[in-house]
Design a protein around this ligand. Structure first.
Ligand code: ZN
Length: 380
């Protein structure tokens, strides 16, 4: 019987091999550089064609979100295009919290990840393809600490500034799959929703706010261990040049509507979080957010409003969080969109769970909801 081999020395790779024994392995997730966050994993296993393998991710009680592991099934692919789920179980009493993944590869190599990876190569393809479309402007916003470009796409002839930005947390790859769906729709000259949106709106789109964390295989931070979504009240060139550049450009453009796209480790649902608790809160501004939430809820069965974060009490909002700062600073209707790593509790799809395909479709509905929301605002 041969021995399985495990590799993670590639872009966004993340795993430490503690030991292997024939077709099983004990593994641990590496922390984000200069930080204590650990949750993202991405590695390949070779040498087990047609045989069941057993992979144990240990020490997860100390991961960033231990609540993310119960009812979670690991993502697996053999062609790196189609991502399915491998049956997984979590035992909090085994080796400090262990996720056991069992899978029988049909071929000799299988890839495992926390969610379907979205590589920087694919990011560059996405940017190049969109930038080549008619009426799309490209702007290089900044250079990251690892020396990568921070990319912004702008389009639309309208007056209203709308910001869509994703992946402040790099391990939340759902967010860039969402962006792919959004850009596909917005750059389609035949799409009536996109045409009307582009007539009314000027879009400012950052498909990946954290290229360094993405390439390094981080869950939550950039090259120097900064959680970008806590930096918005006071971004700096040393710790968070990504946020500094985006906020500076927002100061130029203003913000009418903003959606910050994320993934949530524990909650098995798609949901929105608003800006309750900001110092400048008014029911009027709040109503604009709740209206958008209602429209999206009606448009797609993949969205819901029962599961989500508790509302922040009056005056207690953390202005380091983008949605709060953007609502406070620009008076915008700002929101955080969260997608799950797990499957949807109320609309499960056991083969794939929440998937890149569903992220892309959700983005299309979010844009259609935006148009409906703009029409409703106009009618007020
Ligand atoms: Zn996030």
């Amino acid at each position: 019987m041969t021995q399985i081999e495990i590799d993670a020395a590639f872009e966004s790779g993340n795993i430490e091999v503690l030991s292997t024994d024939k077709r099983s392995a004990r593994l641990a997730i590496r922390k984000d550089h200069q930080s204590d966050f650990a949750q993202w994993f991405h590695f390949r296993v070779s040498g087990a064609e047609g045989e069941e393998i057993e992979l144990k991710l240990t020490g997860l009680g100390k991961s960033a979100y231990p609540g993310g592991w119960p009812d979670y099934n690991a993502c697996v692919s053999e062609d790196r295009e189609y991502w399915a789920r491998a049956a997984s179980t979590y035992d909090e009493s085994e080796e400090g919290g262990t996720l056991t993944i069992r899978y029988t590869p049909a071929s000799d190599i299988a890839w495992f990840a926390y969610f379907a990876p979205y590589s920087m190569e694919r990011h560059h393809d996405l940017i190049a393809e969109a930038a080549a479309c008619e009426g799309v402007d490209y702007r290089r916003l900044a250079t990251t600490l690892d020396g990568q470009p921070l990319d912004l796409l702008e389009m639309g002839e309208g007056e209203l500034p709308v910001w869509l930005y994703a992946r402040q947390h790099p391990g939340e790859t759902q967010a860039e799959w969402w962006m792919e769906g959004a850009l596909e729709r917005l750059t389609d000259p035949a799409d009536p929703v996109a045409r009307e949106l582009r007539r009314r709106v000027r879009f400012h789109i950052v498909p990946n706010c954290n290229p360094d964390g993405s390439r390094r295989g981080h869950l939550r931070t950039n090259a120097v261990g900064t959680n970008l979504n806590r930096e918005w009240s006071d971004p700096s060139a040393d710790k968070s040049p990504e946020v500094l550049a985006i906020r500076d450009w927002m100061d130029e453009t203003g913000v009418h509507f903003a959606m910050d796209v994320h993934g949530d480790e524990a909650i098995p649902a798609v949901f929105l979080a608003g800006f309750e608790g900001i110092p400048g809160w008014s029911d009027e501004q709040g109503k604009r957010f709740y209206r958008y939430q209602r429209i999206l809820d009606r448009r797609t069965p993949d969205f819901q409003t029962e599961l989500g974060y508790p509302k922040t009490p009056a005056g207690k909002a953390n202005l380091g969080i983008s949605t709060n700062l953007v609502a406070e600073r620009y008076g915008a209707c700002a929101m955080t969109l969260e997608m799950p790593y797990k499957d949807l509790h109320h609309a499960p799809e056991p083969e794939q769970g929440w998937s890149p395909e569903r992220c892309r479709m959700l983005a299309r509905e979010c844009l259609a909801a935006l148009l409906e929301w703009l029409e409703a605002e106009e009618a007020d």
